[in-house]
Design a protein around this ligand. Structure first.
Ligand code: IPM
Ligand code: MG
Length: 369
């Protein structure tokens, strides 16, 4: 049985509750003889700040570097609104992404037929929707320098962020998108604002050249990011793989999440470059945040968290059967009518976080036991 090192970072808000459900799935997979997991636990975000005064400690960064995969739940909350910018909860997440070199963020948006009613769009537009947003995660305006607020001395200040991309950064994220498209419906939509941004112009040039050179068999289209936002809510099924920069990817993946019924449904994988053995550093996390308003009330939906663990099975542990089973188990409990509050719709009642987790594990037992 293969053994994998996993670092669990529950973080803040609903993080600990949904992490507990992912741990149930891990425990089951281990009992069923699928794989062995050595689980370490760490602190990130406000939880780390409260103990260490920083958003992630050096010791936990070391554990992250040494792990086969990091499973992070969520960071942030109003409790830490006043903390210094450098140690705000989000800084822990950004440091993990940057220091582990996790440049490729995969955000699938899948609409389970059982949930089409919960979407804000009409059923026929979203039923069986399956798109993959590939977001560049370690560059662009999130990390570009200078990044500062300057006092101009005349009662005015100037806030500056820098959007910057180099050829290699665009090429490597483009490759991830084209490779994924080849295993899906063979279409990539690349998005930027080449009409107003130099970095967007370079993005378009580099993607076009890469396509011509190595991926001419894949259908490629370019779409300005504002138009893509509009098309996502007009006719989302026209897309297969969308590749875009850090900031546009952040926005567009939130839009895409609502197509699927709830932000509580979307998992994500953040991957680094493959080493000589084909291994990649990786972190898995739900797209949603820490939802402080419902924290501690057993109302949170653990599906995005469990789905993120499913992505770890696929992209880090080479256990595609376990990944398929996790997806099938989620689909089955939804088809049975199980709903947490966020996806309740017109259902008679909703279940708690742990009831949803238990139901998914029970399905997994049927599928893998
Ligand atoms: C996300 C989040 C983060 C981001 C925040 C929490 C820093 O919105 O993962 O999409 O902006 O990348
Ligand atoms: Mg976001």
């Amino acid at each position: 049985m293969s053994a994998f090192k996993l670092l669990l970072l529950p973080g803040d808000g609903i993080g600990p509750e949904i992490s507990a459900e992912a741990e149930k799935v891990l425990a089951f997979l281990q009992t069923a003889g699928i794989a062995k997991f050595e689980i370490e636990r760490g602190l990130v975000g406000g939880a780390a700040y409260d103990v260490h005064g920083v958003a992630i400690s050096e010791a936990d960064m070391k554990l992250a570097q040494a792990s086969d995969a990091v499973l992070l739940a969520a960071v942030g909350g109003p409790k830490w609104d006043g903390v210094p910018y450098d140690v705000r909860p989000e800084a822990g997440l950004l440091r993990l992404r940057k220091d582990l070199g996790l440049f490729a963020n995969l955000r699938p948006a899948i609409c389970y037929p059982a949930l089409a009613e919960a979407s804000s769009l009409k059923r026929e537009l979203v039923d069986n929707l399956d798109i993959m947003i590939v977001r560049e995660l370690t560059g662009g305006v999130y990390f570009g320098e200078p990044k500062e607020i300057i006092d101009l001395g005349n009662g005015q200040k100037r806030g500056v962020d820098t959007q910057v991309y180099e050829t290699y950064e665009i090429e490597r994220i483009g490759r991830v998108a084209f490779e994924l498209a080849r295993k899906r419906n063979n279409k990539v939509t690349s998005s930027e604002k080449a009409n107003v941004m130099k970095s967007g112009l370079l993005w378009r040039e580099v993607i076009t050249a890469l396509h011509k050179r190595e991926y001419a068999d894949v259908q490629l289209e370019h779409m300005l990011a504002d138009a893509l936002g509009m098309q996502l809510v007009r006719w989302p099924k026209q897309f297969d793989v969308i590749v875009t920069d850090n900031l546009f990817g952040d926005m567009l993946s939130d839009v895409a999440s609502m197509l699927t019924g709830s932000l509580g449904m979307l998992p994500s994988a953040s991957l680094g470059a493959a080493d000589s053995k084909g291994q990649r550093k990786a972190m898995y996390e739900p797209v949603h945040g820490s939802a402080p308003d419902i924290a501690g009330k057993s109302l949170a939906n653990p599906i995005a968290m469990i789905g993120s663990l499913g992505m770890a099975m696929r992209y880090s542990f080479n256990l595609p059967k376990a990944a398929d089973a996790i997806e099938a188990a989620i689909s089955a409990v939804l088809a049975q009518g199980m709903r947490t509050a966020d996806i309740k719709g017109s259902a008679a009642k909703s279940v708690s976080t742990s009831e949803m987790g238990d139901a998914i594990v029970a399905q997994l037992k049927k599928l893998l036991g």
